[in-house]
Design a protein around this ligand. Structure first.
Ligand code: S3P
Length: 448
């Protein structure tokens, strides 16, 4: 739906304990990268467990438009016959990335060093988000971009004919920007160097190594220094996509705040650049345990058990952990509402430029439901009321943002009164099975 369809109002009513297994979908970040790197390899990449959410499906369509053969074999099994680094064909039409910042930014990077011209667009949310963070570095390779005022989509990118490699220090903690530069570096001769002050999710680096690229990562005083040798022949891979910790966050947080709950989330990715929420929840007193820890396809995975945790306390979240839980602050703010005392979240300016301004969207909805929130440019504080004391009862706006929508549905599960949503349609971008999965655990989320 992601803003194109009729709004889908939803209501979440207070419910009994959540029980059972939550088989959440594949990781969104890894799914996008599997399709894009599969399209840049020579030969057939096989992917199982792909997230079949709208965001990823849009990236799949884009890769087909660039000349790769993208085949859905059913049951989450896909294959991509890639065209090789530098082999992208010019699409016949505009590339519509829907709601997906990851999709558009990574694809812009991947095509920036190909001799083709591509126009990108998206939904109202994506067309309002900043793209200069990608067009600035790809200009250093020789690509040109013309977009709307403020560097917004729709935007046309003329790829570099004779790309030169770059050395680029990423100015904000952003895995999307880092990845766009690395993907552009693939088709530039020589070494492209990307430096990030704070570590962000490293799936692109891991996957590039898996596809046979020459890539090294060193820690220096300036941060993580990633060096990639351009123009490799990427070798097709067999990829098993782990389940998404960012999707797991919803049943996990719902279990933690709902009396009597005991939920197992099997097989979730626990890459340390993604698992910050679970560390934070434990610091707050949540009953979480990792079972069966192992490694699959170059990524750490485990089964995660979450139980109702009656004595949650507010904490100051370590800002150094922000990048590793950047997508989880909305649902953390819900858990914080049920904790005793204040939860302080600092160093989170990036939340203002996600699918929505996530601080504003959550603060507004939480206040409507009786929770006090203070906020500044790059911080916010949720004043927890303690278990059983969150009034609820209001209708919130999802602002075309899947994570805002799901967070308010979690709020309704343990509040005193139902919580409603103007539009749950955006949930399909990342978690298309949210409603049946949550119903299977015993929650009461209905349309209307
Ligand atoms: C993502 C990176 C993050 C995250 C997004 C997915 C990725 O964005 O919020 O949902 O797959 O690289 P930024 O890199 O812009 O912080």
């Amino acid at each position: 739906m992601s803003g194109h369809g009729t709004p889908i109002p939803m209501t979440s009513r207070p419910c009994g304990p959540l029980k059972g297994e939550a088989n959440v979908p594949g990781d969104k970040s890894i799914s996008h990268r599997s399709l894009i790197l599969g399209a840049m390899a020579v030969g057939e990449t096989k992917i199982s467990g792909l997230l079949e959410g709208e965001d990823v499906l849009d990236t799949g369509k884009a890769m087909a438009a660039f000349g790769a053969e993208v085949i859905n074999h059913g049951g989450g099994n896909w294959s991509v016959h890639g065209v090789g680094v530098g082999g992208f064909a010019e699409p016949d039409n505009v590339i519509d990335c829907g709601n997906s910042g990851t999709g558009v930014r990574l694809i812009m990077g991947a095509m920036a060093t190909c001799d083709i011209t591509v126009t990108f667009t998206g939904d109202a949310s994506l067309n309002g988000r900043p793209m200069a963070r990608v067009t600035d570095p790809i200009a250093l390779f020789g690509a040109q971009a013309v977009g709307r005022v403020g560097g917004r989509l729709p935007m046309t990118i003329v790829g570099a004919k004779d790309p030169t490699p770059v050395r680029y220090e990423v100015p904000m903690p952003s895995a999307q920007v880092k990845s766009a530069v690395l993907l552009a570096g693939l088709n530039a001769p020589g070494q492209t160097v990307v430096i990030e002050k704070e570590a962000t999710r490293d799936h692109t680096e891991r996957m590039l190594a898996g596809f046979g690229a020459e890539i090294s990562v060193e820690q220096s005083d300036a941060g993580r220094v990633i060096t990639l040798t351009g123009q490799p022949e990427l070798k097709p891979q067999t990829i098993v996509v782990p389940r998404d910790p960012s999707s797991a966050a919803f049943p996990v947080c719902a279990a933690v705040i709902t009396p009597g709950s005991d939920v197992l989330v099997p097989n979730i990715g626990l890459n340390p650049t993604r698992a910050g929420l679970f560390t934070t929840l434990r610091e707050m007193g949540a009953d979480l345990t990792y079972e069966n820890e192992r490694e699959e396809g170059g990524e750490p995975v485990a089964d995660l058990r979450a139980k109702f945790s009656p004595n949650l306390k507010g904490i100051e979240v370590d800002p150094a952990r922000a990048a590793s839980m950047i997508d989880e602050y909305p649902v953390l703010s819900v858990v914080a509402s049920f904790a005793q005392g204040e939860t302080v979240m600092r160093g989170v300016k990036e939340l203002r430029v996600k699918e929505s301004d996530r601080i504003d969207a959550m603060a507004t909805g939480l206040r409507l439901n009786g929770v006090e929130v203070d906020e500044g440019d790059d911080w916010w504080i949720v004043k927890g009321l303690g278990h059983g004391n969150v009034p609820g009862g209001a209708t919130c706006e999802s602002h075309l943002d899947h994570r805002i929508a799901m967070s308010f549905m979690v709020l309704g599960m343990a509040a005193q009164n139902p919580v409603s949503l103007d539009d749950g349609g955006p949930i399909a971008t990342s978690f298309p099975i949210f409603e049946p999965l949550m119903a299977g655990l015993g929650t009461d989320v209905v349309r209307g």
